[in-house]
Design a protein around this ligand. Structure first.
Ligand code: RUG
Length: 792
């Protein structure tokens, strides 16, 4: 099913054809947008055939299908991804020669599809790509949010959110399927096993083909948009009440309007629960419809279908699947039995606040029949396990625990790194694990090397191909073959040149977008991720202050130049994270303007971090900051992307850092800080923060500087809250790990002074992390969870 080749001339003709006949534009008057659309349609055309072939083959072979249900898919841009996987990037560049804009300009023009928050959504996108690469018949199901994750701006250093509008222009990668629509009910009343919803909306499908490496297989990402079940209220319209007439449509569309509506209010919570149910119900109705095209017995569903629930967000799938199966004639008990064999649940966090709980009142109000089914499921589980401790139930203290619901309904439950999976067994699900030994399995996360190396870092990708030949993109363990070459002068020079070229490009971009000049020969030290206390951006910026303070005390010292780069958004309602954002910006403003520092230290925080920015930053990084409080980061995937791109980590023994360090070798990883066990023990010490601060002259000085208002002269008290919390609370143990982090940063400086040694370390990172391909992760899910084999 490989693609036929296409010449630049043929692609050029296709682009001109779409420009003329699809867009109705004369090439002489076409805008950048027009060219981008024409190129996207031309490449999309190349995907359609393998897409159809994949579907046909799946029907022919009756292969088992995988369904990945996720409230987030952080896809980013699609044009370059499609061109890369089709092997047509060079062809696309040449096709445009002399016509109008360059291919990279088209790529830059595409808005990021930011339908996710961070690692969890990006993982879902990597998985979709790996599933297609491996030829696994799979569908992703999610929501077509009109507005993805908000745009971040800084005003006076503060984060300001504005709506994101990726759909303002037509999205060329989707096919609207108005004929694929399901009614989704809410509220109303229940009589026996029958539910009469009080409200309903329509879920209509929009399909994006996701093409795998070399265009051999394509799967569908089906995103649901909410629409009204009612047409315009014509009576009201004719009576002149235009607003009221349009109300049903507007209300219905609210459901797919924004990713993560603020859920601090009751209305916000209700909307979020409705979003979850909306996606799940549409997906399950669609899955069953497809199943019954070829099958008749719902009891055999597990032989043909495996469903993965990405986090607790789609956990309502348990009761919903039972409800749908009961409508097809199964008893509650039969339905529950089928659901348990089909559903699987991935846990991505131990943080209690991220394990969803809904009040029974809200659940009973929005989904009355599901509340009923949840209670029956809880009862059924208690009866099956009479020794079950009370706090293990699905319903506790008038709340529905979605984590427990997902666990109880799952065939397999998985954690996302070895350490995380152990902690899942020992902590959040310890009791359920005791009742269901063997249900929890580990699947360490991975990232797609096509996007995160081939596409993002052409310089390094070319060097790899030149050194070990083609084929590593779909067989990432082959990166090991680089190792014997690492000592060669030619390889070392080329590896260094690739990194430097990426750093020069990043430095130029930083200059253009922020006005800050950076030295490409400095250490590019990067921390990019959601802003969260447990990820400890605070520790990083405080250590930056320590370095600044030292440079000022000895301006003529032999300092290693550094550029500290931060990227990330704070949740809009997360006040402490927003303070940290503000502090980073305030510190940056002071340090970057300080003549005493002589440019030896720069702090850069480009706003609106997203997938595209990550693609730009990661290939240019020298140091990857993975410094979370041990036991808190489930896995991390940024850590894998950096290492793959030849960037050593400074990090704690947390999440997948542990496995990265094992693979790259302890000598190629800057380890510091407490272990997860030590963290637990440390927290038991009363006043641990005060003790740590009193023991560290450096940290005391830094906190003093911040408290004095040196970074906020206009508002000297601004950071009293941060400093006060450090002394008296410090749940994430910034103080206790600070000196160890500072010492590890000194080790980084020493290592940097030996350029050949540093480069060897960087190259070994690339050579030894083939394991972290999402292809390997997906193979693990296939074997241990889904029981599927590729169809192609
Ligand atoms: O925080 C975790 C990351 O450690 C992990 O790598 C990623 C993918 O497994 O998921 C992130 N995550 C967890 N995002 N949201 C949650 C909690 O709902």
């Amino acid at each position: 099913m490989a693609l036929d080749g296409i010449t630049p001339q043929e692609l050029r003709d296709a682009v001109l054809w779409h420009l003329t006949y699809t867009l109705g534009k004369d090439p002489g008057h076409a805008s950048l947008y027009d060219w981008r659309m024409a190129m996207s349609f031309s490449l999309r055309d190349r995907i359609v055939e393998p897409w159809f072939d994949s579907t046909r083959l799946t029907y022919e072979t009756g292969a088992k299908r995988v369904y990945y249900l996720s409230l987030e898919f952080l896809i980013g841009k699609m044009l370059n991804d499609a061109a890369t996987n089709l092997g047509l990037r060079d062809v696309a560049e040449r096709a445009l020669e002399g016509l109008g804009p360059r291919f990279d300009e088209l790529v830059a023009d595409e808005p990021d599809a930011a339908l996710g928050n961070g690692g969890l959504g990006r993982l879902a996108a990597c998985f979709m790509e790996s599933l297609a690469t491996l030829g696994v018949p799979a569908h992703g199901y999610g929501i077509r949010y009109e507005h993805g994750l908000f745009r971040q701006r800084f005003e006076g250093g503060r984060q300001v959110e504005t709506p994101e509008d990726w759909l303002k222009q037509k999205h060329p990668w989707e096919f609207e399927r108005p004929e694929v629509a399901y009614e989704i009910g809410f509220k109303g009343s229940v009589h026996g096993d029958s539910w009469s919803p009080g409200e309903s909306v329509m879920a209509t499908a929009h399909d994006m083909p996701i093409v795998g490496w070399q265009g051999k297989w394509a799967n569908t990402l089906r995103l649901w948009a909410a629409e009204s079940t009612n047409l315009l209220d014509l009576d009201r319209f004719n009576a002149g009440d235009y607003t009221a007439a349009a109300e049903p449509e507007a209300l219905a569309r609210t459901i797919s309007r924004v990713l993560y509506p603020d859920d601090t209010t009751y209305a916000g919570k209700e909307l979020r629960l409705k979003q979850e149910y909306f996606m799940v119900s549409a997906a399950l109705q669609d899955i069953l419809r497809r199943y019954f095209v070829t099958q008749t017995d719902p009891r055999q569903l597990h032989k043909h279908v495996a469903i993965q629930l990405n986090d607790t967000h789609p956990a309502i799938a348990g009761p919903e699947l039972i409800r749908l199966l009961m409508k097809r004639g199964l008893t509650f008990e039969e339905g529950a039995g089928v659901a348990e064999r089909v559903l699987n649940y991935t846990n991505h966090t131990l943080l209690p606040e991220a394990l969803e709980r809904w009040s029974t009142w809200l659940m009973g109000n929005v989904l009355p029949q599901h509340m009923d089914l949840i209670e029956r499921l809880d009862d059924r589980h208690r009866k099956a396990h009479p020794d079950r401790p009370k706090h293990v139930g699905i319903v506790q203290n008038n709340e529905v625990h979605m984590g427990n619901l997902a666990f109880i309904m799952a065939n397999k439950v998985n954690g996302v790194s070895a350490l995380h999976t152990d902690l899942v067994k020992e902590t959040v699900f310890a009791d359920l694990h005791a009742l269901h030994p063997g249900r929890i399995v580990n699947q360490t996360n991975g990232v797609t090397p096509r996007r995160w190396l081939k596409l993002a870092n052409p310089a390094l990708a070319t060097l790899i191909t030149d050194t070990i030949g083609e084929g590593w993109e779909a067989d990432l363990d082959r990166l090991q073959e680089l190792e014997p070459h690492i000592g060669d002068n030619g390889f070392a020079t080329a590896f260094g040149a690739a990194k430097r070229a990426n750093k020069v490009a990043l430095s130029n971009w930083i200059g253009e977008t922020t006005g800050i000049a950076t030295d490409p020969d400095a250490i590019f030290d990067i921390q990019i991720k959601r802003i969260h206390e447990y990820k400890r951006q605070l520790m990083n910026i405080l250590q930056t202050v320590a370095l600044w303070h030292r440079i000022r005390q000895d301006p003529d010292g032999d300092w290693v130049p550094r550029v500290k780069i931060f990227g990330g958004k704070s949740a809009p309602g997360y006040a402490v994270a927003k303070e940290i954002v503000h502090l980073i910006n305030d510190v940056a403003a002071v340090i970057n303007a300080d003549p005493q520092v002589k440019g030896l230290l720069k702090v850069v925080y480009p706003p609106n971090y997203n997938v595209s920015m990550a693609e730009r930053l990661i290939p240019a990084a020298d140091l990857s900051e993975q410094i979370s409080t041990a036991g808190k980061e489930a896995s991390g995937t940024g850590n894998m992307k950096f290492a793959l791109n030849g960037t050593p980590t400074i990090g704690t023994l947390d999440g997948a850092n542990v496995e990265i360090r094992e693979r790259v070798g302890a000598e190629n990883f800057f380890l510091f800080g407490m272990t997860a066990d030590e963290v637990v023990a440390r927290r038991r010490i009363p006043d641990h923060a005060r003790l740590a601060i009193e023991a560290s002259q450096t940290l005391r000085d830094v906190l003093q500087i911040v408290a004095e208002g040196r970074f906020s002269p206009d508002d000297p008290d601004r950071y009293h809250g941060i400093v006060d919390r450090m002394w008296h609370h410090d749940y994430f143990l910034v103080a206790s790990d600070f000196d160890a982090f500072d010492a590890a940063q000194s080790r980084v400086d020493s290592a940097w002074r030996d350029p050949a040694g540093w480069q060897r370390m960087a190259a070994l990172n690339t050579a030894r992390v083939g394991y972290f391909s999402s292809d390997r992760t997906i193979r693990g899910y296939m074997a241990d969870i889904w029981d599927v084999t590729p169809a192609s």
